[in-house]
Design a protein around this ligand. Structure first.
Ligand SMILES: NC(=O)c1ccc[n+]([C@@H]2O[C@H](COP(=O)([O-])OP(=O)(O)OC[C@H]3O[C@@H](n4cnc5c(N)ncnc54)[C@H](OP(=O)(O)O)[C@@H]3O)[C@@H](O)[C@H]2O)c1
Length: 247
């Protein structure tokens, strides 16, 4: 896998799940990391400190809650004042929701869209400004196969992930002249707290539809992300790339 040494990546929601696997993978390839998480915890800081020593990379922390626009603006404005070079943005953090449309209050759907879609745009606007000045950058958005497959109960989560996919395709066109690539990764069911929290019936449906009859691992998603952010993928942009064991 191509080295990412001398690059810097900002990863949202990297304290657990897929984001944490991406953090570990990119650090192992020599990438410096800015961890964007919601909370400061000694466990995660110890983990990143060990990772930083292990791979001789710099790992720093910023904090914001994607449900709170003001906290994103405050945190990213402070970061920008330090004039950081950011080569890679991974919009990973997200929340799940499953529920029949007729039983789902509009407030809940807006809440899911705020975290999974509107806040991703806001973060991208801040970081893409840095990238346009640099005339280079790579952005990965986390979509889902649920954006493309028919599953009951997806009026909030699946719809928000479909919005992420459309956003990715459209903005890839806009930012290509600035040498910035955008792609979305669309995982099937992955072994994380989010994947485990899905009701058993839906998990069984995912496994049945997958050719490998199993869930994916966060590390498998991280491997795909590491390839997509590397120069080996420099002709790939505006794509929604599924990683679903052949659904
Ligand atoms: N697991 C799957 O089967 C699957 C499939 C397709 C797509 N995805 C997508 O992949 C991404 C990662 O999923 P995952 O499975 O790793 O989920 P996860 O284990 O539930 O982790 C979610 C991450 O997002 C963060 N987050 C949630 N709400 C946030 C908020 N309001 N502000 C800031 N951070 C917030 C969490 O932080 P806290 O620890 O502070 O809560 C955590 O770091 C998500 O976008 C998800 O939709 C997952």
């Amino acid at each position: 896998m191509a080295s990412l040494s001398s690059k810097t990546a900002l990863i949202t929601g990297c304290n657990r799940g897929i984001g944490r696997a991406i953090l570990e993978k990119l650090a192992s390839l020599g990438c410096n990391i800015i961890c964007a998480t919601r909370n400061q915890t000694p466990e995660f800081e110890e983990f990143t400190s060990d990772l930083s020593k292990k791979f001789s990379v710099t790992i720093s922390h910023i904090y914001f809650d994607l449900a709170d626009e003001e906290s994103i603006k405050t945190s990213l404005s402070q970061l920008i004042k330090t004039k950081p070079a950011i080569d890679i943005l991974i919009n990973n953090a997200g929340i799940a929701h499953g529920g029949i449309m007729l039983m789902t209050p509009l407030k809940k759907i807006k809440e899911v869209f705020q975290v999974n879609y509107f806040s991703q745009i806001l973060v991208t606007q801040y970081i893409a400004k840095i990238m346009t000045k640099q005339k280079s950058g790579v952005i990965i958005n986390m979509s889902s196969v649920m954006a493309m497959e028919n599953f009951a109960g997806g009026s909030a989560y699946a719809a928000s992930k479909a919005a992420v996919a459309a956003f990715t395709r459209s903005v890839a066109n806009e930012l290509a002249p600035c040498n910035i690539r955008l792609n979305a990764v669309a995982p099937g069911l992955i072994e994380t707290e989010m994947g485990n929290a899905m009701d058993q019936k839906t998990q069984d449906l995912f496994n049945a539809r997958s050719d490998f009859k199993r869930r994916g691992t966060p590390e498998e998603v991280a491997n795909l992300v590491a390839f997509l952010v590397s120069d080996e993928a420099k002709y790939i942009t505006g794509q929604i790339i599924r990683i679903d064991g052949g659904m």
